[in-house]
Design a protein around this ligand. Sequence first.
Ligand SMILES: *Cc1c(COP(=O)(O)O)cnc(C)c1O
Length: 391
Amino acid sequence: MSEHESLVRRMAWPETVSRAVGTPIQPSVVYASPDPDTLDAQYEGRASGYTYAREGHPNADVLARKLDQLEGARDGLVLGSGMAAVAAVLMGLTRAGDHVLGGDQLYGRSLRLMREDLPRLGIATSLADPTDAAAFLAAIRPETKLILLEVVSNPTLRVADMEAIIAGAKARGVLVVVDNTFTTPRGYVPFDHGADVVVHSVTKMLAGHSDATLGYVAAGDAGHHKAIYDFAVTVGLTPSPFDCWLAERGLYSFELRYDRAEANAAALADHIAGLPGVTRVLYPTRPDHPDHNRAVALLGARGGHMVSFEIAGGRAAANRLTQAAPNIAFAPTLGDIGTTLSHPASSSHRALGVEGRAALGITEGFFRVSVGVEEIGMLCSEFETAIRAAV
Ligand SMILES: *Cc1c(COP(=O)(O)O)cnc(C)c1O
């Protein structure tokens, strides 16, 4: 045998009587079965085994089973991004002629999917305010197939009237899809409240370190699951094994990170509210929040890890604030282990224009904070320094 022939053969994995404690990464695109009978058995579900990574792979499944535990789900799917998960649900469960109703403050790209892409495919869409259950339910049409909700909106942190909307949607035979990214299963478990499908951007708090882009979707009904799975696998919304591995590693500390970030967020909101030049602070469980009573009823003491606030002085003051907070990343994301700051008027909500933003209360002095796990005294003093320098 020549050296070249032996080089192209895969080496056997070294034998070991001990086992690795860490999760292995399996990047293989394809899996070899012993014979056609076994492959038949795999495809028919009589034997379990992977075939081709686009259809599923072990790192995605290990991560999905952990997320299933958090959401009280079965057979959830991990996909290549949060938007892949949203798209797989909306496009996997609808057909031309259906109508989809969404909350009017959904994540920016979800709004774009609703406004541009679904209508292009013959699926009608509309948006309504989910803090007003009567108005929201009145927007349901005979051909409404599903509604898409986020529990806490971005960036004004309004709390949807989940109980009334879910009850009303169920009574009308409409599927309820909840994007649970902001609340996380630590704050709210949609399946416990009657949701049909749950989606996540795992990229955010669940993975938690801003180094993996992933999504998750779980459906309570096996037929819905299959429709979503088939669509996702057909159009290739598959996640990278390495990203799944990173996210699974991140999940080990999810509950610790979340609880710490949430406690920090509540304390930071109160601290910022007492500073001169701060015109508004939004945190769901603060008594001055517009949905305070609903937040307490729905989320208990759990206000989450996001805080929004507004300072006087417009764009010039906003520029001074980020410049005076060099250790707080000014970046349009959320859920990182460290605190990040975003400015919706120049990023997530720039496409709305001044008037569209004004309708939501988003001014040039409006900031959204994704609070991290730093020591709270340091965090409060960094924000205080930045705000005092700005206003
Ligand atoms: C970030 C986000 C998404 C999209 O997730 P990606 O992983 O960035 O594709 C969807 N919904 C919400 C609420 C988000 O915050």
